[in-house]
Design a protein around this ligand. Structure first.
Ligand SMILES: NC(=O)c1ccc[n+]([C@@H]2O[C@H](COP(=O)([O-])OP(=O)(O)OC[C@H]3O[C@@H](n4cnc5c(N)ncnc54)[C@H](OP(=O)(O)O)[C@@H]3O)[C@@H](O)[C@H]2O)c1
Length: 312
């Protein structure tokens, strides 16, 4: 496993992070027992991952806490989130109790990254004005090491909220959606995070479209129908097959994680899974070198005009 520093947060992190949300929620979404999900966390530790992302909304904080029990606290990096939806999300007085509840479920007394979860552009100014001072107070108290914000990639695939957030100085870490199909974060978000040394976590590297051939075929057909891609560059559902060959990627998922891992400005690529065999394959992918330069160039050309799909 490779390690890096998460921007100006200064936190040392593994380049692979275990995502405890997404469609899998450590397999809780499709029937994993709690023991099986705990085992995924334990195996991630064995594979050298030290970064773990969860949220009050995922229902996996307790499982993550169980999986990490026994690990020296300083050896693991825990990221969790305060939901930004519902009546309560934007009330400053709700933040400290929500954090306390997360700490209890996780079985710890601080989190390394605490995010505002799924902040929309519409609520951005209010969040900065009312919630950020409260997050700073909790950071001064030692309950949070760094302050983060995550977008809702499926409804904000053009990064409207984060393009504003990266102009402000309050965010030490951001979580952004980025993948082969929508690379718009490169110009709109990652150019600025590199300038300002903001820590970057990638979500949606694979998601549904890059883990399921039928979903991929649907997204590609939709992009062609709407004129978002050139049919000469993006033909039918076999459009990504060129990536899989000797000296190239071993699978679409392998290509997808490696594509994100070597994107300039990226620190951690989250892998969300409830299956140990997927976890092992993804850790292996994130250890491999970059995709051949010509393949990366071709992917950039193929999807250059796309900023309105997430792969969800
Ligand atoms: N707004 C937000 O803050 C926000 C939103 C979404 C996600 N997140 C965070 O980002 C994390 C990563 O996003 P994500 O969960 O969508 O992760 P992802 O890694 O992009 O995609 C995971 C999906 O792909 C499947 N998968 C994983 N590895 C595979 C493999 N090798 N082969 C085939 N299928 C594979 C998983 O199913 P299996 O379980 O079958 O492996 C799961 O359905 C989440 O877990 C969460 O922590 C945050």
């Amino acid at each position: 496993m490779d390690y890096t520093t998460l921007g100006r947060s200064g936190i040392r992190v593994s380049v692979m992070g275990l995502g405890c949300g997404g469609h899998s929620r450590l397999g809780q979404s499709y029937g994993n027992t709690e023991e099986q999900s705990v085992e995924v966390v334990r195996r991630a530790v064995d594979l050298g991952a030290n970064f773990f992302d969860t949220a009050e909304a995922y229902g996996t904080e307790e499982i993550l806490g169980r999986g990490l029990r026994g690990e020296p606290r300083g050896d693991v990096v825990i990221s969790t989130k305060r939901s930004m939806w519902g009546d309560d999300g934007l009330r400053a007085e709700g933040v400290a109790p929500a954090l306390e509840a997360s700490l209890r479920r996780l079985g710890t007394d601080y989190v390394d990254v605490y995010h505002l979860h799924g902040l929309s552009a519409q609520h951005y100014d209010r969040a900065v004005e009312e919630l950020v001072p409260e997050l700073m107070r909790l950071r001064d108290e030692g309950k949070i090491r760094s302050i983060g914000v995550t977008e809702v990639f499926s409804s904000d695939p053009g990064h409207e909220m984060l393009s504003r957030a990266v102009r402000d100085d309050c965010w030490e870490v951001i979580m952004v959606g980025h993948n082969i199909l929508n690379q718009s974060a490169r110009e709109r978000v990652l150019a600025a995070t590199q300038e300002k040394s903001i820590g970057v976590l990638i979500m949606f590297a694979v998601r549904r479209a890059l883990s399921d051939g039928t979903a991929l075929a649907e997204v590609l057909a939709d992009l062609r129908d709407r004129g978002r891609v050139d049919p000469k560059l993006v033909g039918d559902e076999t459009a990504l097959d060129f990536l899989i060959r000797e000296g190239g990627a071993t699978s679409v998922q392998d290509a997808a994680y490696r594509f994100c891992r070597y994107e300039p400005g990226v620190h951690v690529v989250l892998s969300g899974t409830g299956k140990v065999e997927h976890l092992k394959a993804n850790a292996e992918s994130l250890r491999r070198p970059p995709l051949p330069e010509a393949d990366v160039e071709r992917l950039r050309r193929m999807f250059a005009g796309v900023d309105d799909v997430s792969g969800n």
